[in-house]
Design a protein. Structure first.
Ligand SMILES: O=C(O)[C@]1(O)C=C(c2cccc(Sc3ccccc3)c2)[C@@H](O)[C@H](O)C1
Length: 145
């Protein structure tokens, strides 16, 4: 059975490529999603990409992932990383393996970015590797049994 992957991006990530290239690079979210879809397809898997600036919409997407038979999630929660117990609860509740990705190295930034509500329940967390972090996370998800 072909693997089904879901790539979730949180608030403000729709603006990637427009500002702060020194922090987030010049790639747009469309660039990231197109690359993710191609990477999954090359491995015989399917990839759906979803971005929202709204916590509840991301939670609904996580719930839908369970009913849709998603095998693994790659998520960049954006600012919700540091605030959202509800997002953590949704991921824990559906029990779908997920990898947390941050483009920037959150540990080199403001102190409030040093804590993630998700990392403790993630398969792993990748941060500071730019958009390559998405590729590494997807590669891991594809290999995971
Ligand atoms: O490094 C990340 O990917 C991160 O998840 C992404 C974040 C983030 C924050 C604001 C905007 C954006 S995306 C963006 C980049 C440049 C201009 C506008 C929006 C990402 C932060 O909230 C997180 O602390 C870290």
């Amino acid at each position: 059975m072909a693997k089904k992957l879901l790539l979730l991006n949180g608030p403000n990530l729709n603006l990637l490529g427009t500002r702060e290239p020194e922090v987030y690079g010049k790639a747009t979210l469309a660039d990231i999603c197109n690359a993710a879809i191609a990477q999954a397809a090359a491995a015989g898997a399917s990839m759906v990409c979803f971005q929202s600036n709204h916590e509840g919409a991301l939670i609904d997407a996580i719930h839908d992932a369970r009913t849709d038979g998603v095998d693994a999630i790659v998520i960049n929660p954006g600012g919700l990383t540091h605030t959202s117990v509800a997002l953590r609860d949704a991921l824990a509740g559906v029990a779908i393996p997920f990898v947390e990705v941050h483009i920037s190295n959150i540990y080199q930034r403001e102190a409030f970015r040093h804590h993630s509500f998700l990392s403790a329940i993630a398969q792993g967390t990748i941060c500071g590797l730019g958009i390559d972090g998405y590729r590494y996370a997807i590669d891991f998800a594809l290999k995971k049994r």
